[in-house]
Design a protein around this ligand. Structure first.
Ligand SMILES: Cc1cc2nc3c(=O)[nH]c(=O)nc-3n(C[C@H](O)[C@H](O)[C@H](O)COP(=O)(O)OP(=O)(O)OC[C@H]3O[C@@H](n4cnc5c(N)ncnc54)[C@H](O)[C@@H]3O)c2cc1C
Length: 422
């Protein structure tokens, strides 16, 4: 592995053989998350591929020439030509391996793979998920001198990091950009000494044995496990939705309705959460249109009556969204009548989608006691039905899912565990 500057670029890359080049920055948590994976893979692939690093801020012109806009960005070269897809953000070991393998012969890849030995590490507590719930549990455990590892399939921060602004987290007078709040939470827990293994693939979780295998070769063992994996909103799947998430399309009324004062919004859905959230959103907006796929709402009668009697709300039944398009400050929602197949365009200032959330429990669903909506049941110490396995935050069965409730759960689980282990 070698650090280069722009002056060495021609020698090392243009006239070099196979190269992986890391444009990195300082004070960059995703770069720190990548560093150990980069070093580790340099040991394995270093005889075949040159592992080079270049400081992005110190070599701006080169970064600009290659259109590198964020750190870290990994570029792959063969005889001076860029090959394979670029990797950026929370870069996984498996994505790097895929690209490196694509540059080598199948026989050589097989030889390299035979050199990967399984490793085992031991901790007191494994936390799965580094959102507000997991990060808070990590902070409390760390301050109790309990050896803790935080494992996340993405970078730390959870849903807050993708939230535009948070104005209801106590302690901040001004609304905080979500990524800043989650960055501060994450740094506080990391600087305390909690070990992070983030942007990893989780291969297997054994809750009874308290073992988690990551990236196929690394077994992490502990005395306790905290599940803090949160939820994922169901998506409509219509084109434009992913791109406009957080930029006009929202999945949280408490969080975002206040930004639509005196404006007009569309709500997709017709169940309890769509109907109740619509009622809440009309405290702010002038006009709200519910787009629902069936010919009647599926929410309970009481909730239905409220929206049917609300003069700000109109309902477009038997329609489904087919595309979301940004036009200036507006969002155009193209909807299709499920019977006539006729399409129309609805112009609004924002769109809220409430077609359900799903708890992230795929890896351990078979062993845990779940409620009817598949959220994990816990006792008042946040312990699940499996001894020594705790769950906190949005993934558990509860009524209100907010940052404050997730951090409260994380606190409770950590204090209960600290009491047991000490
Ligand atoms: C758009 C939006 C805006 C919001 N705005 C607000 C607001 O303004 N105020 C407020 O209080 N609340 C807000 N919320 C709700 C708030 O974000 C959540 O209540 C809170 O983030 C829950 O924290 P958590 O730690 O339980 O889960 P999450 O924040 O969801 O974090 C879960 C973490 O687990 C990781 N993970 C998932 N699966 C696995 C796995 N198998 N293994 C390991 N890790 C895994 C994820 O990558 C993630 O980092 C908002 C939610 C959304 C979607």
């Amino acid at each position: 592995m070698k650090e280069i500057t722009v002056a060495e670029f021609d020698r090392e890359i243009v006239n070099g053989g196979k190269v992986i080049l890391d444009f990195y920055s300082t004070e960059c948590p995703p770069c720190e998350a990548l560093a150990s994976k980069f070093e580790d893979l340099a040991q394995l692939y270093g005889n075949d591929v040159k592992f080079l690093k270049i400081f992005r801020q110190g070599n701006r012109e080169l970064a600009e020439k290659f259109g590198v806009k964020s750190s870290p960005t990994l570029l792959f070269f063969d005889k001076g030509q860029e090959v394979a897809s670029r990797l950026t953000g929370g870069i996984k070991r498996s994505d790097m391996i895929r690209n490196l393998d694509s540059m080598l012969t199948a026989d050589r890849v097989k030889e390299i793979k035979s050199l990967i030995y399984p490793t085992v590490s031991e901790f007191d507590v494994i936390i799965l998920g580094a959102g507000p719930g997991g990060l808070t549990a990590g902070l409390y455990l760390c301050q109790s001198k309990i050896n803790t590892v935080l494992i996340d399939i993405a970078l730390p921060g959870g849903q807050v990091s993708t939230t535009h602004e948070v104005s209801n987290y106590p302690g901040f007078i001004e609304p905080q950009p979500g990524y800043m709040l989650s960055h501060s939470m994450s740094e506080q827990t990391r600087l305390c000494g909690t070990i992070y293994k983030v942007a990893v693939d989780i291969t297997r979780v054994d809750l009874e044995k308290k073992e988690v295998v990551i990236d196929e070769y690394e077994t992490v063992k502990a005395k306790r496990i905290i599940i803090a994996t949160g939820t994922t909103p169901n998506l409509t799947g219509a084109p434009g939705e992913k791109e406009l998430k957080g930029k006009g399309i929202s999945y949280c009324a408490t969080c975002d309705a206040k930004y639509y004062n005196d404006k007009e919004v569309i709500v997709i859905g017709g169940g309890n959460s769509a109907v109740e959230e619509s009622e809440y959103i009309t405290r702010f907006v002038n006009k709200l249109t519910i787009v629902h796929q069936f010919d009647k709402l599926t929410a309970n009668k009481q909730a239905q009556e409220k929206v049917l009697n609300n003069p700000k709300i109109s309902i477009l039944f038997e329609n489904e969204p087919r595309a979301f398009i940004k036009e200036g400050d507006k969002i155009v929602t193209e909807v299709e009548n499920v019977k006539t197949k006729l399409r129309q365009k609805l112009v609004s200032d924002g769109v809220f989608i409430f077609i359900g959330m799903k708890p992230n429990i795929e890896l351990f669903k078979d062993k845990l006691e779940l409620d009817q909506w598949r959220y994990i049941k816990t006792n008042e110490d946040m312990m699940t039905n499996i001894t020594g396995v705790y769950a906190v935050g949005d993934v558990i069965s509860k009524k209100y899912r907010q940052i404050t409730t997730a951090v409260a759960d994380g606190t409770i689980a950590a204090m209960a565990i600290a009491k047991e282990l000490n």
